[in-house]
Design a protein around this ligand. Structure first.
Ligand SMILES: N[C@@H](CCC(=O)N[C@@H](CS)C(=O)NCC(=O)O)C(=O)O
Length: 261
């Protein structure tokens, strides 16, 4: 099953890097061939750290140079492991929306964050409506170390959204000229999202089963089987689209491509 998980991550990486080909022009072909090379050695090694670092560096430069004015603030975990934050982070990059980040220590959440976000969870996104609606007429003062400035309530004309799916929907709505990621009117999208959600749930249950002392070895084995079955289902879904690709739903990117972080 680890090979399958690995194949899925390679698939996701190639989708992202593949898309970057549109924005990175001539430099992208090197990344594509790196990805292809790794896909060929599916049972072998993941991309090297150097492959990933050099690709990310180029992506960073490409998005920063398009517009330096942040139109949203992403509140995410300090350590960068939160998959829900990664989902939003990827959405911002796919849409090429300039953003700034405020890091939140989940081990010791600051009072301003708990007062600002009802669930107390990351991610949350502050939409700079004053700038989004009239990008040229305002100047951004940028990030400030002052706690007051990190909180949405201190910033009139701005709107805070939490819950990753709700954030993605709002990103679609507020930036209508960018790829629409949440396509709830598309039956393929809904099918893929349901398969992907089951896969994520089964994955978490399997991952945590090892630490759960109340489970028998048999229980743990069945969690593993359920995860394998969920992976097979998602593989099968991707397989149906293999000719249409390169994205999960065919020729254009959707929330499914960044849902499975
Ligand atoms: N349903 C939420 C889940 C967000 C979530 O669980 N975030 C975790 C980090 S991965 C968190 O903030 N944990 C802090 C805590 O539980 O106090 C979403 O999709 O945004």
């Amino acid at each position: 099953s680890s090979n399958r998980i690995f194949r899925s991550s390679i698939h996701r990486a190639s989708l992202l890097f593949g898309r970057r080909q549109q924005t990175l022009s001539s430099t992208a072909s090197a990344e594509i061939s790196i990805t292809t090379k790794n896909e060929e050695r599916t049972v072998g090694l993941p991309p090297t750290w150097e492959d990933l670092t050099s690709t990310l560096e180029k992506v960073k430069v490409s998005s920063e140079s398009s517009s330096p004015t942040p139109l949203v603030t992403l509140y995410r975990d300090t350590n960068g492991w939160c998959p829900f934050c990664e989902r939003v982070w990827l959405a911002l990059h796919i849409k090429n929306i300039p953003y700034q980040e405020v890091l939140v220590n989940l081990q010791d959440k600051p009072a301003w964050f708990l007062a600002m976000v009802p669930t107390g969870l990351v991610p949350a996104v502050l939409f700079h409506d004053d700038l989004i609606n009239n990008e040229s007429s305002s100047s951004e003062k940028g990030n400030d170390d002052d706690d007051e400035d990190k909180a949405a309530k201190a910033q009139p004309g701005r709107r805070l959204v939490w819950e990753s799916l709700d954030i993605m929907k709002e990103l679609d709505k507020s930036f209508p000229d960018t790829p629409r990621l949440v396509q709830e009117d598309n039956a393929d999208y809904m099918e893929a999202r349901s398969i992907a959600t089951s896969m994520t749930t089964a994955g978490f249950q399997y991952a945590y089963a090892g630490k759960n002392k109340t489970l028998t070895e048999e229980d743990k084995a069945s969690k593993k089987d359920e995860f394998n079955a969920a992976l097979d289902k998602f593989d099968e879904f991707l397989g149906q689209n293999k000719d249409a690709g390169p994205f999960a739903l065919g020729s254009s990117v959707s929330g499914i491509d960044e849902f499975n972080t």
